[in-house]
Design a protein around this ligand. Structure first.
Ligand code: ADP
Ligand code: MG
Length: 313
């Protein structure tokens, strides 16, 4: 059966620097193209933690150096990361498709994700970004720029931004049109550039939207059949890393909620994946979410491995 699949790629699909990324995407393209060869419609989403961190750090360091380059706002750094990752990813997928005699167009859409300016997350910023600063520098940045700075594990002070929930995707109609044309689209990179609506304007806001939640949102908006979250582990576990560790092949809403309450999923890593998978699976009957490793994507879709999150109601 031909499914519409939103695939969310994790950090292990991209690496940490341009050289590594260029190599890794060749490997990443293979399991993605396997899904396309099997007849599925694939929409790609991805994280950008290391990449946007690198861009932000480079930009803020250069702006404080002799070079005095302009200060680069965080949403602009996010846009740069989408372009840089999309460039590598779209070329790797294009090449892998051509290697299998499939001339399917592949393109990255710079994607903005709408958030609520009044999202409670803005009252409690948690995501550290950019460089480490001394106490004095940090105090100056608080006074001059209104940044929230926190001490990070004895290593110095760092700016933190909020992680609000995605509400809508500004470019959804463009993505939809391309998907309907049969193009492979890379979208909501790094969770999307966070923006809020101000009349007819979309205004960038320094924040980091979780890429797993943004992927679930675009999957919903595109009326996808599947959300596949590809990460470093083949399945979700309870008692992860403990002697009683148990790998799960399926996860119902009831089980997931119980395990979440019992603290089985690490916040910031497995927890958002399970929550995003649940959100999507519960959004409409028939929708399924799968959490598995990059290498096992095809086997996962074929029901051989991975953790399938389904609404049994
Ligand atoms: P990504 O870059 O793909 O988002 P993360 O590192 O954020 O990856 O999250 C995936 C990681 O979560 C896994 O590699 C694993 O180490 C960790 N993890 C935490 N809790 C669990 C769990 N209960 N089951 C499986 N993996 C878990
Ligand atoms: Mg993650």
């Amino acid at each position: 059966m031909k499914d519409k699949i939103v695939v969310a790629l994790g950090g292990n699909a991209l690496g940490k620097n341009p050289e590594e990324q260029l190599q890794l995407v060749k490997h990443t393209a293979k399991p993605i193209v396997d899904l396309i060869v099997a007849g599925h419609e694939v929409i790609l989403a991805h994280g950008n933690g290391p990449q946007v961190g690198m861009i932000n750090l480079a930009m803020s360091t250069a702006s404080q150096s002799e070079a005095k380059t302009p200060e680069m706002p965080f949403p602009e750094c996010g846009a740069m990361s989408q372009g840089y990752i999309g460039y590598h990813l779209q070329n790797a997928i294009r090449e892998e498709l051509l290697n299998r005699n499939m001339a399917i167009p592949v393109a990255t859409v710079i994607t903005q994700v709408i958030v609520d300016k009044n999202d409670p997350a803005f009252q409690n910023p948690t995501k550290p970004i950019g460089a480490f600063y001394s106490k004095e520098e940090a105090e100056q940045m608080v006074a001059e720029k209104g940044y929230v700075m926190v001490e990070d594990a004895g290593r110095g002070y760092r700016r933190v931004v909020a992680s609000p929930m995605p509400i809508d995707v500004a470019e959804k109609e463009t993505v939809k049109a391309l998907v309907e044309k049969g193009h492979v689209v890379i979208t909501v990179g790094g969770g999307g550039i966070p923006v809020y609506r101000d009349g007819n304007a979309l205004v960038g806001i320094p924040a980091v939207i979780d890429k797993d939640f943004a992927s679930a949102k675009i999957a919903e908006l595109l009326d996808a059949d599947y959300l596949i979250i590809l990460t470093a582990v083949e399945k979700v576990a309870i008692n992860f890393g403990k002697p009683e560790e148990k790998w799960l092949s399926t996860l119902s809403s009831e089980e997931a909620n119980q395990y979440i309450a019992e603290g089985h999923f690490a916040p910031g890593s497995m927890l958002p994946k399970v929550q995003a998978a649940l959100k999507f699976a519960n959004s409409k009957p028939g929708r399924k979410a799968l959490i598995t490793s990059l290498e096992k994507a095809k086997e996962g879709i074929d029901g051989i491995t991975g953790t399938l999150v389904v609404n049994y109601k």
